[in-house]
Ligand binder design. Structure first.
Ligand code: C2G
Length: 131
């Protein structure tokens, strides 16, 4: 069984997230999503609208997602890959090159981001029309 992993905040789920989850799943048989906790989001200077639990519930309802684990630190990726016997690590290409050190453990693939959509844009558009 080929196992794939990806990481992120996945707040206000949108088609950019769905596209990368679908493409990541298509690369294997089992997709793990390491979901940034609320505390880790603070380290990323991100304030998610939904709590970790709500973002986890939403992700678990997506057919491409087989397992959701917490992302608590920048340093856990090697351990996760070994613990879950991951074959492929996938991230959007805004992270191009940042995780190449994982190539000693698994395949590392950066996928093109979906243009024109982001959680930040959703929030800004909403504020502009409803602010
Ligand atoms: N993404 C995408 N297209 C978009 C928006 C996001 O392909 N229009 C991808 C990102 O490239 C990322 C994933 O969706 O691979 C999740 O995006 P975020 O929730 O913004 O994740 P991020 O904050 O980049 O967290 O340790 C890694 C970090 O936790 C990544």
């Amino acid at each position: 069984m080929k196992k794939v992993i990806t990481y992120g905040t996945f707040d206000l789920i949108h088609t950019g997230h769905i596209n990368i989850l679908r493409r990541a799943k298509e690369m294997g048989d089992y997709l793990i999503v390491a979901l940034s906790t609320d505390e880790f989001n603070e380290l990323k200077n991100k304030k998610a609208y939904y709590t970790y639990e709500d973002r986890k519930t939403i992700l678990e309802a997506i057919k491409y997602v087989d397992k959701v684990i917490p992302e608590k630190s920048w340093e856990q990726k090697k351990q996760d890959i070994q613990e879950y016997s991951v074959d492929i690590f996938v991230m959007g290409d805004d992270w191009e090159g940042k995780f190449d050190f994982l190539r000693e453990l698994c395949e590392v693939i950066y996928l093109p981001r979906t243009i024109g959509i982001s959680t930040t844009k959703i929030k800004e558009d909403f504020m502009r029309t409803n602010g």
